[in-house]
Design a protein around this ligand. Structure first.
Ligand SMILES: C[S@@+](CC[C@H](N)C(=O)[O-])C[C@H]1O[C@@H](n2cnc3c(N)ncnc32)[C@H](O)[C@@H]1O
Length: 308
């Protein structure tokens, strides 16, 4: 039964934050979460932090999520409003896909047919959302990458029997999303939804550590340095309006200890370096330990050591 299930992310997503949750928890200002509060996540992706907040903070009054990826947001909205219809379509896709077990050529053909159908963006909302989840579950490493024409172009992955239709989780997610406002667009629009006691968590596309390590193509428009700077200005504005925020990003010093891009940009705020493992990386050797940044405009009630 859905009532007994804890909602968890229904997608694999580059930059998924499951490993970072302990550090985020340590950084959370308790004065916010001990009274009724609003949670806003302007770059929601697969929502690892969102679901953790929804499951663990009874004082949460309302959450607002946003992403620029319209296909992703269509999927959130579909799960929220029509979970059972979505499950029916996913079940068909899963049954059909599993039938090709042992016949790689047919399986491949099916995958590429569905990818083409998805890229027409002509299917109705529920079918489009089901195709989005299907591709996420069956493509290479759960990547979401589109070309300039917004065509999803990730090849098929090598999973034997991926779960395409996780009925219990979709029902649990749908239930959890009932107190969540779901928006599609640029991160700046979320300011309109901030109330008095609001916590923002920003997980923007990370600044790539190198040209080849780029995870930066979730959407057809690139999130470049000037976007990182625009985000910092937005954070400063929130700070002057007395809203609390936490932001994660890559630690450029991991590659070059003289790279002060974020240290300079966020010099007015609290910067911590925390261990993080990336789960999406084609090369297993690069899945090792890395540090990333957690930046906040508040000093946490739980002490942390600033190690710059
Ligand atoms: C690092 S991912 C978020 C990962 C997520 N927190 C998780 O746990 O999976 C960054 C997200 O930002 C979105 N994005 C990129 N540019 C944006 C913009 N200008 N405004 C809002 N969202 C944007 C991307 O579509 C992507 O889903």
């Amino acid at each position: 039964m859905a009532e007994n299930r804890i909602a968890k992310p229904f997608l694999k997503w580059a930059g998924g934050k499951t490993q970072l949750i302990c550090d985020i928890e340590r950084t959370l200002p308790t004065n916010i979460t001990q009274t009724n509060f609003t949670y806003i996540e302007p770059f929601v992706g697969s929502g690892a932090v969102l679901f953790w907040i929804l499951n663990n903070f009874p004082k949460l009054e309302k959450a607002v999520i946003n992403d620029i990826n319209g296909d992703l947001i269509n999927t959130y909205k579909t799960i929220s409003s029509r979970p059972n219809d979505l499950i029916s379509v996913l079940q068909i896709l899963q049954d059909e896909y599993y039938r090709f077990e042992g016949n790689e050529d047919n399986k491949k053909c099916y995958y590429y047919q569905k990818r083409e159908l998805y890229n027409t963006r002509k299917e109705e909302q529920i079918v489009h959302a089901a195709l989005f989840i299907f591709l996420n579950r069956t493509c290479f490493n759960g990547l979401y990458r589109v070309n300039r024409k917004n065509e999803f172009n990730v090849p098929m992955g090598g999973y034997k029997k991926p779960t395409i239709c996780d009925k219990q989780n979709i029902l649990a997610v749908s239930k959890a999303l009932q107190k969540v406002e779901i928006l599609c667009g640029d991160f700046e629009q979320t300011l309109d939804f901030a109330e008095q006691n609001t916590l923002f968590y920003f997980d923007p596309p990370y600044k790539p550590l190198s040209d080849t390590s780029s995870f930066n193509s979730y959407a057809k428009d690139e999130f470049n340095d000037s976007e990182q700077i625009r985000l910092k200005h937005f954070c400063s504005k929130l700070d002057s309006l007395k809203h609390t925020w936490i932001l994660s990003n890559s630690d450029m010093k991991g590659k070059d200890k003289n790279d002060n891009f974020f240290d300079d940009l966020y010099s007015d705020f609290n910067i911590q370096r925390v261990d993080a493992r990336r789960i999406i990386n084609a090369n297993p050797e690069k899945r090792g330990k890395l540090t990333e940044l957690l930046i906040t405009n508040q000093v946490s009630s739980k002490k942390y050591v600033r190690t710059i």
